[in-house]
Write a protein that binds this ligand. Structure first.
Ligand code: HEM
Length: 512
């Protein structure tokens, strides 16, 4: 027997004694982990005890029962009717403070601008950006990248073509492409995105692409696809439960690969620029960034490095393409649905600009109707309805509540753009929302498609210039003809999540 038990010991066979020990360790670990969970839940609870009110969350799933998958915006608006303009919901165990309506959003983003200027992780794109690049950066990194990007965008074209001239030139290429459709039906998506993208491409890559360039078209398809993917019901679900779902494969991986392919394209462009750089004569945003990197290479707190260069360029390329082209695409659809509005724009263009010269940005101040229509298109199409999520940068007192540092904030831009206290016809498409009785343009501080405060869209000035010049140049030469009667045009977005994606449609552009 003794020989036997020695054998058992040497071969590691289980004896009653080792079993007891294993049992004790398991029980101990079980108690230890439970204690940790309880302590962490209690800590969270006490940290969050003075957050705004909201529906009671369940353990692990939070307010899953109150937020319908794929209808985040609608569900949050419903909750706002019950809990008021400022409330808290839980995505899993993560609290989100939701701000609804003009007053609450302005009080946060404008009156307490510094506190509300942080950027949250966006789970659908987190793996690509990891807090790098101007859109997803925070703190000192964000300040350096934002200041630099704004300066380059503003100064761009000094000595060379101005941005206005670049847009005017690109609009002529677009007119040519429209003429080639010979008034036959087509889907305008890539006609518009090629033209819009070429404007930002001239700034970041120093040149425009030919409309037939295969690589360009494939990049535009990737952008279009990822913008759509980021707005599907699955992505909204993933945004809520990423801490669990990220360990599994799923449609979110598609967004990762699309963005990664675009980053690789930029990586190649950066290498080409490095190889041909002349520090005395920067050609584009990438050159300016490389020069800044060289200037700051001895500075340990510099954020000018290759990772921030690639990802900021990707931010500008993406944000500078999909936003404006989706707005133009939605705009065309709304104008076909409302032919009386289209007619009045034609009339104003003919009266102020005529047919013998191309539109210029200084015409805008003489064209209140067109200006009002473009504002109304942006208000009604409501491109980024829940804003790009923010966080508070420190513990923040807001309307008597305490929001701990790092808490996520959803400024519901959609509810500001449809705030009944700020707009006469909040739910319908009506340019009078931006017109005085006398026909003059009327400003409205609830016009926030670009958000407000310190994180306000970095490309706002460029986007507004593009929208005016593209709309007026196209409508000077063409009228838009739908394939169905105006009353049958459905303007409901195709996806309604992070972005509102316009529905698919075809049209004819007919020379005037
Ligand atoms: C119709 C056109 C556009 C709309 C509706 C739009 C909307 C927005 C919104 C809602 C944000 C988030 C603001 C926030 O965090 O509160 C944003 C941020 C941003 N946009 Fe735009 N955008 C447009 C065009 C552009 C263009 C043309 C560019 C390219 C230069 C651009 C570049 C950016 C960048 C870099 C940010 C991040 C700013 C930051 O985090 O500091 N956007 N935009």
């Amino acid at each position: 027997m003794r020989g036997h038990s020695r054998l058992a010991y040497h071969t590691g066979a289980v004896t009653p004694c080792t079993m007891e020990l294993a049992g004790a360790i398991t029980i101990f670990l079980g108690i230890y982990v439970s204690c940790l969970l309880v302590i962490s839940a209690w800590r969270k609870q006490s940290r969050n005890k003075n957050l705004p009110p909201g529906p009671t969350p369940l353990p692990l799933i939070g307010n899953f029962l109150q937020i319908k998958v794929g209808e985040t915006l609608k569900s949050l608006e419903k909750l706002s009717a019950k809990y008021g303009p400022v409330f808290t919901v839980y995505f899993g165990s993560k609290p989100i403070v939701v701000l609804c309506g003009h007053e609450a959003v302005k009080e946060a983003l404008v009156d307490q601008a510094e506190e509300f200027s942080g950027r949250a992780h966006m789970p659908t794109v987190e793996k690509n950006f990891q807090g790098f690049g101007v859109v997803f950066a925070n703190g000192e990194r964000w300040r350096q990248l934002r200041r630099f990007s704004l300066t380059v965008l503003r100064n761009f074209g000094m000595g060379k073509k101005s941005i206005e001239e670049r847009i005017q030139e690109e609009a002529q290429f677009l007119l040519e492409a429209f003429r080639n459709t010979k008034a036959e039906p087509f889907d305008p998506t890539f006609f518009l995105s090629r033209a819009v993208s070429n404007v930002i491409c001239s700034i970041v890559f120093g040149d425009r692409f030919d409309y037939e360039d295969k690589e360009f078209l494939s990049l535009l398809q990737m952008m279009n696809e990822s913008f759509k993917e980021m707005s599907t019901p699955w992505s909204q679900f993933y945004d809520m439960y990423a801490s669990f779902l990220k360990y599994f494969p799923g449609p979110h991986m598609k967004i990762y690969y699309l963005l990664e392919d675009m980053r690789k394209f930029i990586e190649r462009r950066v290498k080409q620029n490095q190889a041909t750089l002349d520090a005395n004569s920067p050609r584009d945003f990438i050159d300016c960034f490389l020069i800044q990197m060289e200037k700051e290479k001895q500075n340990p707190s510099s954020e000018f490095n290759i990772k921030n260069l690639e990802l900021t360029t990707l931010n500008l390329f993406f944000a500078g393409t999909e936003t404006v082209s989706s707005t133009l695409r939605y705009g065309f659809l709304l104008l076909m649905k409302h032919p009386e509005v289209l007619g009045k724009m034609h009339e104003e263009i003919d009266r102020v600009i005529g047919q013998s010269r191309i539109p210029a940005i200084e015409d805008r101040s003489q064209m209140p109707y067109t200006d009002a229509v473009i504002h109304e298109i942006q208000r009604f199409s409501d491109l980024i309805p829940m804003d790009v999520p923010h966080i508070v940068t420190r513990d923040t007192q807001f309307r008597g509540y305490t929001i701990p540092q790092g808490t996520e904030i959803y400024p519901m831009l959609s509810t500001v753009l449809r705030d009944p206290s700020k707009f006469k016809s909040p739910e319908s498409f009506n340019p009078r929302n931006f017109l005085e009785e006398t026909g003059q343009f009327r400003k409205n501080d609830a016009f926030v498609p670009f958000s407000s405060g310190k994180r306000i869209c970095l490309g706002e000035a460029l986007a507004r210039m593009e929208l005016f010049l593209f709309f007026s140049t196209i409508l000077q030469r063409f009228t838009l003809k739908p394939l169905v009667a105006p009353e049958d045009i459905d303007t409901k977005p195709r996806e309604d999540g992070f972005a509102k994606i316009p529905p698919f449609y075809q049209l004819c552009v007919v020379p005037r």
